[in-house]
Design a binder for this molecule. Structure first.
Ligand code: FES
Length: 149
């Protein structure tokens, strides 16, 4: 076997290793999901149905239906919805948030984030977690930050 053949085998091997290390596959999780029909969320309710798999609460507030991130803005723990106390309470360091997501106690530096919520063509609510609305940036009133039923 000549040097040319050895070089060729080496090139193919390097290409194969490169493809193995850097596959042409996107491993990002899906950022959108459908959360049922608006009628499933009566006014005044906080739904924890998607808390586990999507990390989202669906809240029907006075302003409309919003999708609230379950990620605490302090260090990222998951607060709990305490219906009896009408607040979200973080078990890690004690931050508390109103049903709207405003922080009012503990070390959290800012309110919870909200995600885009729209009505899909089939009538169900479509949540897009790649689009975030932050209260401190004045984004909660923007189109898409709330669904008015
Ligand atoms: S992570 Fe929630 S209060 Fe610290």
């Amino acid at each position: 076997m000549g040097w040319g053949a050895i070089g060729g085998v080496l090139q193919i091997s390097i290409a194969a290793i490169h493809r193995f290390l850097f596959p042409r596959v996107l491993f990002e999780p899906v950022k959108t999901f459908k959360a049922g029909y608006p009628e499933e969320y009566p006014k005044g309710t906080i739904s924890t149905k998607y808390q586990g798999d999507q990390k989202v609460w669906i809240a029907h507030l006075d302003e409309g239906i919003v999708a609230i991130s379950t990620i605490c803005t302090h260090l990222g723990c998951t607060p709990r919805w305490l219906a009896a106390e009408d607040k979200f309470k973080c078990p890690c360091h004690g931050s508390g948030f109103t049903r709207e997501g405003i922080h009012f106690e503990g070390p959290a530096p800012r309110p919870l984030e909200r995600y885009r919520i729209q009505k899909a063509e089939d009538g169900r609510l479509l949540i897009d977690k790649s689009i975030i609305y932050r209260w401190e940036k004045g984004e909660w009133g923007k189109p898409g930050s709330v669904f008015i039923a």
